[in-house]
Design a protein around this ligand. Sequence first.
Ligand SMILES: Nc1ncnc2c1ncn2[C@@H]1O[C@H](COP(=O)(O)OP(=O)(O)OP(=O)(O)O)[C@@H](O)[C@H]1O
Ligand SMILES: [Mg+2]
Length: 288
Amino acid sequence: MSTVIAERTDKLAEGKTKIIWASGDQYEVLIESKDDITAGDGAKHDTLEGKAVAATTTTCNVFELINRAGHVPTHFLTQVDERTFRARACHMIPIEVVARRIAYGSYLKRNPEVTKGTMFRHLVLEMFHKNDAAHDPFMVYNEAERSFNLYDAKQPVGPTTLQGVMPATDLDPNHVTLMRLGAAAVFLQLEKALSDQHIQLVDLKVEFGFDKETGQLRLADVVDNDSWRIWPYGQEHEMLDKQVYRDLNASDEEARAAAMAKIGGNYREVAVLSGRMLGCGQGCGCRN
Ligand SMILES: Nc1ncnc2c1ncn2[C@@H]1O[C@H](COP(=O)(O)OP(=O)(O)OP(=O)(O)O)[C@@H](O)[C@H]1O
Ligand SMILES: [Mg+2]
């Protein structure tokens, strides 16, 4: 990937893991990954050399796979360098849509009666409001009122855990349905592609936006190793995703450095396997 692109001076936004640059076309953006890894709504933060390159490879391969299937419109256009891709500019919807095959993570806190590792025959689909300060509340859509009830995501849903009501008059009920269907379609496609490599897709988080030019709903942001839980051979202890970093609790420097090196290796391994999903047999993660 050696394409030279114009110097980037017009920064439109910068988040924890990415920078959005103007592209010269008002309806397209450049999305550059950073070497940052975060957890706990940004409370835990490190830099991990090579993460941006691995994340860009992974996300471009995943979006390419989704675009080839053609069922879910995405913002992805093309990779421009090893840590940047070009995408349709979108008005982002501040919702994370999560699809789950296996009970894990915060789902267990909301549903304490469910045993960790339970396999769902039908995907579980959930929505969370993107709000780091409020720790991403769990959303329940009220179609009649065109609003969302917001609940503490770490407790069972009930009157005592209701945190507020968010009006959503700018969101058509069809858009909510399309986001849920889109998340499910992407999950099923990735579940199949990963299972061909003996990897279990446990859960997946995606985000959507409205195309700034056409208004079309598109799968946007990224789908990379921070977006899912993946377990080789269905074994939790083999996990390759960001959960290893979330769980990292090394007391001494040496152990921590070794753990971070292992996590970096996982990200590179996932980039390679994302290429295999597209048929790359060279172990380099390319899309040929
Ligand atoms: N196609 C797009 N057009 C415009 N903005 C986009 C597009 N895809 C993603 N973004 C936005 O890029 C920003 C930077 O991403 P990043 O993930 O680093 O942010 P973040 O710190 O995690 O914050 P957030 O909680 O919003 O994700 C996010 O606000 C994201 O919504
Ligand atoms: Mg983000």
